[in-house]
Design a protein around this ligand. Structure first.
Ligand SMILES: [Zn+2]
Length: 269
Protein backbone atom coordinates (compact mmCIF):
# COMPACT_ATOMS: atom_id res chain seq x y z
CA UNK A 1 0.00 0.00 0.00
CA UNK A 2 1.33 3.43 -0.88
CA UNK A 3 2.19 5.85 1.89
CA UNK A 4 -0.23 8.60 2.78
CA UNK A 5 2.74 10.91 2.43
CA UNK A 6 2.81 10.46 -1.29
CA UNK A 7 2.79 13.50 -3.47
CA UNK A 8 -0.70 13.12 -4.85
CA UNK A 9 -2.58 13.07 -1.59
CA UNK A 10 -0.38 15.78 -0.14
CA UNK A 11 -1.35 18.02 -3.02
CA UNK A 12 -4.97 17.56 -1.97
CA UNK A 13 -4.16 18.63 1.56
CA UNK A 14 -2.80 21.91 0.32
CA UNK A 15 -5.84 23.00 -1.66
CA UNK A 16 -8.37 22.54 1.11
CA UNK A 17 -8.56 25.07 3.92
CA UNK A 18 -9.02 24.06 7.52
CA UNK A 19 -12.50 24.61 8.90
CA UNK A 20 -13.77 22.68 11.89
CA UNK A 21 -16.75 22.10 14.09
CA UNK A 22 -16.11 22.60 17.77
CA UNK A 23 -17.52 19.17 18.51
CA UNK A 24 -17.01 15.91 16.65
CA UNK A 25 -19.33 14.99 13.82
CA UNK A 26 -19.69 11.65 12.14
CA UNK A 27 -21.41 11.03 8.87
CA UNK A 28 -24.33 8.85 7.94
CA UNK A 29 -22.98 6.44 10.51
CA UNK A 30 -21.54 3.02 9.72
CA UNK A 31 -24.76 1.48 8.51
CA UNK A 32 -25.66 4.41 6.25
CA UNK A 33 -22.29 4.38 4.50
CA UNK A 34 -22.48 0.61 4.06
CA UNK A 35 -25.96 0.89 2.53
CA UNK A 36 -24.74 3.56 0.10
CA UNK A 37 -21.62 1.56 -0.82
CA UNK A 38 -23.65 -1.58 -1.48
CA UNK A 39 -26.19 0.23 -3.65
CA UNK A 40 -23.30 1.77 -5.58
CA UNK A 41 -21.45 -1.53 -5.98
CA UNK A 42 -24.61 -3.26 -7.20
CA UNK A 43 -24.90 -0.61 -9.91
CA UNK A 44 -21.31 -0.55 -11.17
CA UNK A 45 -20.33 -1.67 -14.64
CA UNK A 46 -18.10 -4.74 -14.78
CA UNK A 47 -15.14 -2.57 -15.68
CA UNK A 48 -15.72 -0.14 -12.81
CA UNK A 49 -16.24 -2.96 -10.34
CA UNK A 50 -12.97 -4.57 -11.36
CA UNK A 51 -11.09 -1.27 -10.99
CA UNK A 52 -12.63 -0.58 -7.57
CA UNK A 53 -11.86 -4.11 -6.37
CA UNK A 54 -8.27 -3.91 -7.62
CA UNK A 55 -7.67 -0.55 -5.96
CA UNK A 56 -9.29 -1.31 -2.61
CA UNK A 57 -8.05 -4.88 -2.23
CA UNK A 58 -9.75 -7.90 -0.73
CA UNK A 59 -11.72 -6.09 1.97
CA UNK A 60 -13.65 -4.21 -0.70
CA UNK A 61 -15.92 -1.20 -0.89
CA UNK A 62 -18.22 -1.92 2.08
CA UNK A 63 -15.30 -2.31 4.47
CA UNK A 64 -13.60 0.92 3.44
CA UNK A 65 -16.72 3.08 3.16
CA UNK A 66 -16.37 4.20 6.80
CA UNK A 67 -12.60 4.54 6.92
CA UNK A 68 -12.57 8.39 6.59
CA UNK A 69 -14.61 8.56 9.81
CA UNK A 70 -12.36 6.04 11.56
CA UNK A 71 -9.23 8.16 11.02
CA UNK A 72 -10.75 11.24 12.63
CA UNK A 73 -8.52 10.94 15.69
CA UNK A 74 -5.39 10.23 13.65
CA UNK A 75 -3.34 13.41 13.64
CA UNK A 76 -1.29 12.27 10.66
CA UNK A 77 -4.17 13.86 8.73
CA UNK A 78 -4.87 17.57 8.86
CA UNK A 79 -7.87 18.93 10.75
CA UNK A 80 -9.41 19.83 7.41
CA UNK A 81 -9.35 16.24 6.18
CA UNK A 82 -10.50 14.74 9.46
CA UNK A 83 -13.44 17.10 9.77
CA UNK A 84 -14.02 19.80 7.15
CA UNK A 85 -14.08 17.43 4.19
CA UNK A 86 -17.24 15.79 5.52
CA UNK A 87 -19.71 18.66 5.32
CA UNK A 88 -20.64 21.99 3.79
CA UNK A 89 -22.92 24.22 5.82
CA UNK A 90 -25.61 26.40 4.25
CA UNK A 91 -27.51 29.27 5.82
CA UNK A 92 -31.32 29.15 5.78
CA UNK A 93 -33.40 30.94 3.16
CA UNK A 94 -31.13 30.60 0.12
CA UNK A 95 -32.51 30.72 -3.41
CA UNK A 96 -31.95 27.64 -5.56
CA UNK A 97 -29.34 29.53 -7.57
CA UNK A 98 -27.47 30.44 -4.40
CA UNK A 99 -27.43 26.80 -3.29
CA UNK A 100 -26.18 25.58 -6.67
CA UNK A 101 -23.45 28.22 -6.63
CA UNK A 102 -21.70 26.31 -3.82
CA UNK A 103 -20.68 23.71 -6.41
CA UNK A 104 -18.88 26.34 -8.48
CA UNK A 105 -17.66 28.95 -6.01
CA UNK A 106 -16.90 26.88 -2.94
CA UNK A 107 -18.02 28.71 0.23
CA UNK A 108 -15.11 30.05 2.26
CA UNK A 109 -16.38 28.73 5.59
CA UNK A 110 -18.58 26.00 7.04
CA UNK A 111 -16.75 22.95 5.70
CA UNK A 112 -15.28 22.12 2.31
CA UNK A 113 -17.03 18.97 1.11
CA UNK A 114 -17.58 19.99 -2.52
CA UNK A 115 -14.08 21.34 -3.00
CA UNK A 116 -12.65 18.13 -1.53
CA UNK A 117 -14.84 15.91 -3.70
CA UNK A 118 -13.89 17.76 -6.89
CA UNK A 119 -10.18 17.57 -6.02
CA UNK A 120 -10.39 13.88 -5.20
CA UNK A 121 -12.31 13.06 -8.36
CA UNK A 122 -9.83 14.79 -10.63
CA UNK A 123 -6.98 13.21 -8.69
CA UNK A 124 -8.41 9.75 -9.45
CA UNK A 125 -9.12 10.57 -13.10
CA UNK A 126 -5.53 11.77 -13.57
CA UNK A 127 -3.95 8.71 -11.95
CA UNK A 128 -6.53 6.07 -12.82
CA UNK A 129 -4.25 3.08 -13.12
CA UNK A 130 -2.35 3.90 -9.94
CA UNK A 131 -5.03 5.43 -7.75
CA UNK A 132 -4.02 5.74 -4.14
CA UNK A 133 -6.49 3.52 -2.22
CA UNK A 134 -6.85 6.26 0.39
CA UNK A 135 -8.11 8.66 -2.26
CA UNK A 136 -10.72 6.21 -3.52
CA UNK A 137 -11.87 5.51 0.05
CA UNK A 138 -12.47 9.25 0.50
CA UNK A 139 -14.42 9.47 -2.76
CA UNK A 140 -16.68 6.61 -1.66
CA UNK A 141 -17.28 8.02 1.80
CA UNK A 142 -17.70 11.71 0.95
CA UNK A 143 -20.07 10.88 -1.91
CA UNK A 144 -22.35 9.57 0.82
CA UNK A 145 -21.87 12.55 3.14
CA UNK A 146 -22.95 14.98 0.43
CA UNK A 147 -26.52 13.66 0.62
CA UNK A 148 -26.74 13.55 4.42
CA UNK A 149 -29.09 16.45 5.31
CA UNK A 150 -27.25 17.42 8.49
CA UNK A 151 -24.01 17.64 6.50
CA UNK A 152 -25.48 20.58 4.61
CA UNK A 153 -27.09 22.20 7.62
CA UNK A 154 -26.66 25.46 9.54
CA UNK A 155 -23.28 26.60 10.78
CA UNK A 156 -24.62 28.40 13.86
CA UNK A 157 -25.94 25.16 15.39
CA UNK A 158 -22.89 23.15 14.22
CA UNK A 159 -24.83 21.18 11.65
CA UNK A 160 -27.56 20.20 14.09
CA UNK A 161 -25.09 19.05 16.76
CA UNK A 162 -26.27 21.86 19.05
CA UNK A 163 -29.99 21.12 18.50
CA UNK A 164 -30.80 18.98 21.52
CA UNK A 165 -33.42 16.25 21.22
CA UNK A 166 -34.84 13.38 23.23
CA UNK A 167 -34.90 10.18 21.19
CA UNK A 168 -37.01 7.44 22.78
CA UNK A 169 -36.24 8.94 26.20
CA UNK A 170 -32.49 9.47 25.68
CA UNK A 171 -30.64 12.73 25.20
CA UNK A 172 -29.21 13.24 21.74
CA UNK A 173 -29.15 15.88 19.00
CA UNK A 174 -30.54 16.47 15.54
CA UNK A 175 -27.28 15.63 13.80
CA UNK A 176 -27.01 12.27 15.47
CA UNK A 177 -30.64 11.41 14.71
CA UNK A 178 -29.95 11.90 11.00
CA UNK A 179 -26.54 10.21 11.00
CA UNK A 180 -27.61 7.06 12.74
CA UNK A 181 -30.78 6.86 14.77
CA UNK A 182 -33.35 7.14 12.00
CA UNK A 183 -31.56 4.39 10.07
CA UNK A 184 -31.22 2.05 13.03
CA UNK A 185 -34.87 2.67 13.99
CA UNK A 186 -35.85 0.52 11.01
CA UNK A 187 -33.97 -2.54 12.25
CA UNK A 188 -32.57 -3.71 8.90
CA UNK A 189 -29.05 -4.96 8.28
CA UNK A 190 -27.18 -2.89 5.72
CA UNK A 191 -27.64 -5.58 3.07
CA UNK A 192 -31.37 -5.88 3.73
CA UNK A 193 -31.73 -2.10 3.64
CA UNK A 194 -29.78 -1.70 0.40
CA UNK A 195 -31.68 -4.51 -1.32
CA UNK A 196 -35.02 -3.11 -0.18
CA UNK A 197 -34.20 0.42 -1.38
CA UNK A 198 -32.98 -0.84 -4.75
CA UNK A 199 -36.32 -2.56 -5.25
CA UNK A 200 -38.42 0.28 -3.85
CA UNK A 201 -36.83 3.02 -5.93
CA UNK A 202 -35.93 1.12 -9.11
CA UNK A 203 -38.34 3.29 -11.09
CA UNK A 204 -36.54 6.47 -9.92
CA UNK A 205 -33.04 5.25 -10.84
CA UNK A 206 -32.91 6.75 -14.33
CA UNK A 207 -34.22 10.09 -13.11
CA UNK A 208 -31.52 10.21 -10.42
CA UNK A 209 -28.78 9.25 -12.87
CA UNK A 210 -29.85 11.97 -15.28
CA UNK A 211 -30.28 14.75 -12.71
CA UNK A 212 -27.53 17.33 -12.39
CA UNK A 213 -25.46 17.71 -9.23
CA UNK A 214 -27.10 21.12 -8.79
CA UNK A 215 -30.63 19.67 -9.04
CA UNK A 216 -29.87 17.07 -6.38
CA UNK A 217 -28.10 19.55 -4.14
CA UNK A 218 -31.10 21.90 -4.29
CA UNK A 219 -33.47 19.00 -3.60
CA UNK A 220 -31.38 17.95 -0.58
CA UNK A 221 -31.17 21.54 0.69
CA UNK A 222 -34.98 21.77 0.72
CA UNK A 223 -35.14 18.51 2.69
CA UNK A 224 -32.74 20.00 5.25
CA UNK A 225 -34.76 23.20 5.53
CA UNK A 226 -37.96 21.17 5.96
CA UNK A 227 -36.27 19.18 8.76
CA UNK A 228 -35.50 22.46 10.56
CA UNK A 229 -39.08 23.71 10.11
CA UNK A 230 -40.47 20.41 11.42
CA UNK A 231 -38.27 20.77 14.50
CA UNK A 232 -40.25 23.88 15.47
CA UNK A 233 -43.58 22.05 15.52
CA UNK A 234 -42.53 18.50 16.46
CA UNK A 235 -44.46 17.16 19.46
CA UNK A 236 -41.39 15.34 20.84
CA UNK A 237 -42.78 11.87 20.06
CA UNK A 238 -39.97 9.80 18.48
CA UNK A 239 -42.41 7.51 16.69
CA UNK A 240 -43.98 10.52 14.99
CA UNK A 241 -40.51 11.64 13.94
CA UNK A 242 -39.67 8.23 12.47
CA UNK A 243 -43.02 8.09 10.66
CA UNK A 244 -42.50 11.56 9.13
CA UNK A 245 -38.86 11.19 8.12
CA UNK A 246 -37.79 7.62 7.43
CA UNK A 247 -38.81 7.69 3.77
CA UNK A 248 -37.06 10.98 2.91
CA UNK A 249 -33.97 9.64 4.74
CA UNK A 250 -34.11 6.40 2.74
CA UNK A 251 -34.45 8.25 -0.55
CA UNK A 252 -31.33 10.29 0.29
CA UNK A 253 -29.42 7.03 0.88
CA UNK A 254 -30.63 5.68 -2.46
CA UNK A 255 -29.67 8.90 -4.29
CA UNK A 256 -26.21 8.76 -2.70
CA UNK A 257 -25.69 5.14 -3.81
CA UNK A 258 -26.83 5.69 -7.39
CA UNK A 259 -24.79 8.87 -7.75
CA UNK A 260 -21.66 7.19 -6.38
CA UNK A 261 -22.13 4.41 -8.94
CA UNK A 262 -22.51 7.03 -11.67
CA UNK A 263 -19.28 8.80 -10.67
CA UNK A 264 -17.31 5.53 -10.54
CA UNK A 265 -18.77 4.31 -13.84
CA UNK A 266 -17.75 7.59 -15.48
CA UNK A 267 -14.23 7.47 -14.04
CA UNK A 268 -13.64 3.84 -15.06
CA UNK A 269 -15.43 3.78 -18.41
ZN1 LIG B 1 -18.08 11.54 6.92
Amino acid sequence: MKSIHNRTLLSLLLVVCACAYAMPVLSWGQEGHRIIAKIAYDNLTRRARRAVDQTLGDHGIIYWANWPDEIKSDTIYTESIRDGWHYQDFPPGLTDAEVADALVHYPAEGGNLYRALDSIKSEIINHKSETNPHTLRFLIHLSGDRYCPMHMAHMDDKGGNAVKMKWFGRDTNLHSVWDEKLISSQGYSYTEYADMLERAYADRKREIEQASDADLLIYSYHITEEIYRYQQTWDGNSWHYVYRWHEPMEFQLYIAGIRLAKVLNEIYK
